[in-house]
Design a protein around this ligand. Structure first.
Ligand code: ZN
Length: 87
């Protein structure tokens, strides 16, 4: 019984050590910093793609996919297709 407990503790210590090594590799090495910077860029690009310059932040589900692959906010699409909406 005590052997099993020691093995489980050794396994947990090994997994914890691997976790610390992985975290150190992602935060202190040049490739890790590069990965985080790319993730930051993707997050900023995604937030910018969801923001209409006129109507502000839109949910991803409310955007309209244009035939050329671009997206447009639903209010801008309605205005562009059906003319100016009454206010
Ligand atoms: Zn808009």
């Amino acid at each position: 019984m005590s052997v099993i407990v020691i093995e489980v503790l050794a396994l947990l210590a090994g997994l914890t050590g691997l976790g610390f090594l992985a975290k150190a590799a992602l935060t202190r090495t040049r490739p890790g910093v590069r990965l985080r910077q790319e993730a930051n860029r993707l997050e900023i690009d995604r937030a910018a793609a969801l923001t209409c310059p006129i109507h502000g932040v839109q949910s991803e589900e409310s955007l309209v996919r244009l035939p050329d692959g671009g997206t447009l906010c639903s209010v801008c699409y309605r205005e562009a297709v059906h003319g100016q909406l009454p206010s």
